[in-house]
Design a protein around this ligand. Structure first.
Ligand code: ATP
Ligand code: MG
Length: 418
């Protein structure tokens, strides 16, 4: 689990602000859920035999002996919150959330034990137009961030549960003939979660899969139509995609549409955003049957991508506009008043006070290091004269000059607008 340090947070804030703007413009509403839920919720939604539930959850008993789990993802909690607060019955919702998720994985580049997602969940929409909207929304975000050329959209359909069951049966029968040649994980999954085998990165397993039954032949008509309509929507808005029949996703609740945005710029942790439809989940968790679709993006991976591709604008590292240097009898009280006046008059400006005193020399050093454009210098004579001395820190040839307090805000404002 990582600390996110002051030198990193500007990139995070930039990304989050861009995402926020896009979500706003599509009319989505924020929901904030607790980071803890009853363990049972995740078992019932994500699935008992998934990687997450089998080996990645942070689970503990609280003082009452209730089993709680730090959320490994946001969908289950969002459904629980929607259900509990009557947001789902007989209505539609377009929701988003952001925050930390927890999975006990092997930490490596792009994979952490506490990581952050921004997630979107839509409830009550049955057709593929909402699937298309979610993909449009993410595509717009990649464009805004300058990442569009470095991501690829992969889509697939998982059909309904009957078609998946029929396919699973034949897939298991086929793969069982080659049990000994499968990788260890896949052998285990043959009993527990055979569809995940399609996802295996193992070369030998991949070779065996080439001759395996194909899900396409099992797909129910309704899912087929849903998928081809989604493809038609994407074609109409000019979003390119690759149909990847091996894309199955690691959580049990998905049906019909699944999609991932992947990049080759991050090594093996290439999925930056992933989601799909989960029409059965609300009912499975005790609500009335409600169609639903959503996705989550990994903030760490997107920040890494922005950094790697140098897509973070210079302006996010905003240096102070004004740094106030003060020394002498009455100077600290006076400088506090000057700073407050500037903050009132120029709300957008960054005004930094030199808290903690020190000689003029050491204060100037700090002012310079802060990257500020201007220093305001306050000594005893400035206190007496109700004035300040203005110094340009970023240009040698501008002379310093004395400004009187009454004119200070107007002067600074016009300098900042230059
Ligand atoms: P992966 O295939 O990388 O294990 P996943 O299928 O487990 O991903 P999801 O549950 O779909 O991931 O989560 C959505 C997104 O959240 C991922 O695409 C990824 O960007 C991010 N993510 C998931 N797990 C982690 C993690 N441990 N550390 C950082 N980001 C993560
Ligand atoms: Mg994972």
């Amino acid at each position: 689990m990582n600390d996110i340090l002051p030198e990193q947070t500007p990139a995070w804030q930039y990304l989050e602000a861009q995402v926020f703007d896009v979500l706003q413009s599509y009319g989505y509403h924020e929901i904030r859920m607790p980071i803890l839920e009853q363990t049972e919720l995740f078992k019932r939604s994500i699935g008992e035999v998934t990687d997450i539930v089998e080996k990645e959850m942070y689970t503990f008993n609280d003082r009452n002996g209730d089993s709680l789990t730090l959320r490994p993802e946001g969908t289950a909690g969002c459904v629980r919150a929607g259900e509990e607060n009557g947001l789902l019955y007989n209505q539609t919702q377009k929701l988003w959330y952001k925050g930390p998720m927890f999975r006990h994985e092997k930490p490596q580049k792009g994979r952490y034990r506490q990581f952050h997602q921004i997630g979107v969940e839509c409830f009550g929409f049955v057709g593929p137009d909402i699937d298309a909207e979610l993909i449009c929304l993410t595509a717009r975000l990649w464009k805004a961030l300058g990442l569009m050329d470095d991501v690829e959209l992969q889509i697939n359909t998982l059909g309904n549960s009957e078609s998946r069951a029929a396919f699973r049966k034949d897939l298991v029968a086929y793969l069982s003939q080659y049990r000994d040649q499968l990788d260890e994980d896949s052998q285990r999954r043959l009993e527990t979660n055979p569809l995940r085998i399609l996802d295996s990165k193992n070369q030998e397993t991949q070779k065996i899969l080439r001759e395996a039954p194909e899900f396409h032949d099992y797909l129910d008509t309704e899912s087929k139509e849903h998928f081809s309509q989604l493809c038609a929507y994407l074609d109409a808005v000019g979003i390119q995609y690759v149909v990847n029949p091996l894309l199955v996703r690691g959580l049990d609740y998905y049906c019909k549409t699944v999609f991932e945005w992947v990049t080759t710029k991050l090594g093996s942790q290439g999925t930056v955003c992933a989601g799909g439809r989960y029409d059965g989940l609300v009912e499975q968790l005790g609500g009335k049957a409600t169609p639903a679709v959503g996705f989550a993006m990994g903030i760490e991976r997107l920040v890494l991508m922005l950094e790697t591709l140098e897509k973070i604008p210079e302006s996010v590292n905003s240096a102070p506009d004004v740094y106030i240097v003060a020394n002498g009898e009455g100077a600290s009280t006076y400088s506090l008043k000057v700073a407050e006046q500037l903050r009132t008059d120029i709300p957008n400006a960054v005004i930094v006070g030199n808290s903690g005193g020190g000689s003029f020399k050491s204060q100037f050093k700090k002012a310079d290091k802060s990257g500020a454009r201007f220093a305001l210098v306050i000594g005893e004579s400035e206190v007496q004269g109700q004035s300040v001395v203005l110094k340009h820190l970023r240009s040698e040839d501008e002379p310093q000059r004395t400004l009187i307090l009454n004119e200070l805000s107007t002067e600074i404002m016009s300098l900042l607008n230059d």
